[in-house]
Design a protein around this ligand. Sequence first.
Ligand code: LLP
Length: 428
Amino acid sequence: MNLHYQTNDKGHLAIGGADALDLAQEYGTPLYAVDELRVRDNYRRVYQAFSQEYKKFQIFYAAKANTNLAVMRILEEEGSGIDAVSTGEIYTALLAGFEPERILYTGNNVTTHELEFALNSGVRINVDSISQLQRLAELPGSDGLKISFRVNPMVGAGHHDHCITGGELSKFGIMEQEAVEVYNMALDLGFRPVGIHTHIGSGILDPEPFKLAVEVLMDVAGRVHSETGVNFEFIDFGGGLGIPYTPDEPLLEIETFAREIIGLFKDKIYDYGLNNPTLCIEPGRYLVGDASYLLTRVNTVKNSYRKFVGVDAGFNTLLRPTMYGSYHHILVVDKPDAVPKENLDVAGNICESGDLFARDRLLPEVKEGDVLAIMNAGAYAFSMASQYNSRPRPAEVLVKNKEVDVIRERETFADLLYKQNLPVRLLK
Ligand code: LLP
């Protein structure tokens, strides 16, 4: 079993040392509960694995996985940078205390207005297209700007088609074969191109495609360096590091992974005479995915054509099972280690048939009133949540050594109407 969780002396699920049943009782359900030390451990494990092999190493946490300010503060304290994909993420990261130079903005299909915002914020800009480059060049203050490019290495990987971002179907990045031309264009426009970037997809447990992309990107960097004279200050291999979601999925052996990536990287910087650039990666899921649980209470057990366990959360709180068919392991919080008894469908409270957290899942006996913990709810969970079906979004708590802080209040009905205006002619 590669899924990580802890139990207390009552045999209940413990999150940051607190009893998950008490958390559900005290703060209500559905509830996101984040284990602070797990986030810190995850960060340190990755940092350690890479930096012991190569000192010039920087992590840019992919904020899209979880943009809660407290989570971002924790990672800022640990020394992380931020991979921001929107101006909203730049804004949030700045508010969370990240220095602009520790924020790398990788937008796609961005407006000129967004480029202007990024430029004026002083963050690093990672350019995704020639159009973006040309529009950036026209903005006052862009002369001499340090930039990087996202390259599509024609290698892609990921847990679902929607999460593969390299290859010929991908909308991201510039083509590897146009890289020399594009770096030359950047030089002609007065930029200082100092970085190169790729991100091939998300949820990668097999290191092979990632390694292949590293080789391709390094070859592109070598070519750009020798043909344009660009000296790379940093080379960024993106995120995508997977975590197990099912009990028998493998762990990505992070030390071996780091050693292999850095081995390839060092060989290539030597071959191409690149001058010890900083190696960057952008994990999101790996840092925060397994640090949170979605606690939800069973309100209905229904024997229909199938046996349904109905809970008080829905795909508006955790979209991944519905959107990608993703497996999320489910524990009964007062008996996480109980022997599974029967196959159940765990259904949410949204009015759509696709609103299922699990189909035919072998679970211990579950009764109305039980609290379930949906695991791996730290990444792409709250950040993809919505108010669909007019359901206020849940609260989030952060737990460390049994100490609990509410880091996001539960929304109310008033929040459902936030920013709506009723035209005077429609007033009753
Ligand atoms: N860097 C860039 C440029 C990215 O686009 C992403 C993710 C990452 C880094 C971080 O990837 P990670 O290490 O978290 O795999 N909603 C999907 C995942 C979409 C990821 C999009 N980009 C899911 O729930 O699986």
